[in-house]
Structure formats: structure tokens, C-alpha cells
Design a protein around this ligand. Structure first.
Ligand code: FES
Length: 130
């Protein structure tokens, strides 16, 4: 079984959108799955993807030392084994822990793609609504 580092954004926008509850759900789900030894859960961010959050990054832990000032806590690195999850909720977080962390199966339908950020923008008001 793989080991993971799971980071929940602690930036102000993600927190305003519920990342504290996502973080609590992650900790609880990892504990419930008995995966504490395999999955480190911590607060990362801001990743600069504030309008897409709450954001969660799961990376395979290959044993490299984690530098608390590393860029990895503030941006996506594109590393093998890195999965970015966007628009997270506590319920989605429990699913990610159950499938990605506990069963080594990332959840592609919850994974984000910053190049699709327009999906999250509010529709422009119609001309007669301005
Ligand atoms: S506040 Fe979470 S990405 Fe900026």
C-alpha cells in the first residue's frame, strides 16, 4: 500500500468556503480507516486557485523530507502521484480518503483541472440585468 500526504488549503477563500470542515472530515476519515500511519493530513495553501476551492492536494509520500517552506504547499507541482481535488466538501473528502488513501484508487471525477476554471465563474449578467 502507498503512503500519502494530504493537504487541505488553509487560505482565506478556501476557509470561507468550508475547508475547515473538509480538513476535519479528512482527519476523521483517515483515523476511521486506520490509515494514520500511511497518510499525513495537514493544512497547505494558498495554492492561488482560491475561486476553485476548497482545494485539497493528495501526493504520494515517497519518503522525501517535507520542507515546511516548500513550494509544494503553495502550488501544484505536477509531480507523478499528485492529485488535485477542487470544490471539496466533507462528503467528497470522505470518499477521497476511502478510495484514494485507503484503496490506492484516485477519484478522477472529483479531481480538478485549473484550465477549466471558467466552469466556476458566475454567468455574466444579461444585458437587461446590468
Ligand atoms: S485560499 Fe485556497 S487556494 Fe487560495
Amino acid at each position: 500500500m502507498k503512503r500519502y500526504r494530504l493537504a487541505v488549503c488553509k487560505g482565506p477563500d478556501c476557509r470561507r468556503n468550508g475547508s475547515d470542515a473538509v480538513f476535519a472530515a479528512a482527519k476523521e476519515a483517515v483515523e476511521k480507516a486506520g490509515a494514520q500511519a500511511r497518510c499525513e493530513v495537514y493544512r497547505g495553501g494558498c495554492y492561488g486557485l482560491c475561486h476553485l476551492g476548497p482545494n485539497v492536494v493528495v501526493r504520494e509520500n515517497t519518503g522525501q523530507k517535507r520542507d515546511p517552506l516548500s513550494r509544494e504547499d503553495f502550488q501544484l507541482m505536477g509531480w507523478p502521484g499528485e492529485t488535485y481535488y477542487w470544490a471539496m466538501t466533507a462528503e467528497k473528502m470522505r470518499r477521497v480518503v476511502a478510495e484514494h488513501v485507503a484503496a490506492d484508487r484516485p477519484v478522477p471525477e472529483l479531481a480538478g483541472d485549473p484550465s477549466r476554471e471558467e466552469d466556476f465563474r458566475q454567468p455574466a449578467p444579461a444585458a437587461d440585468e446590468r
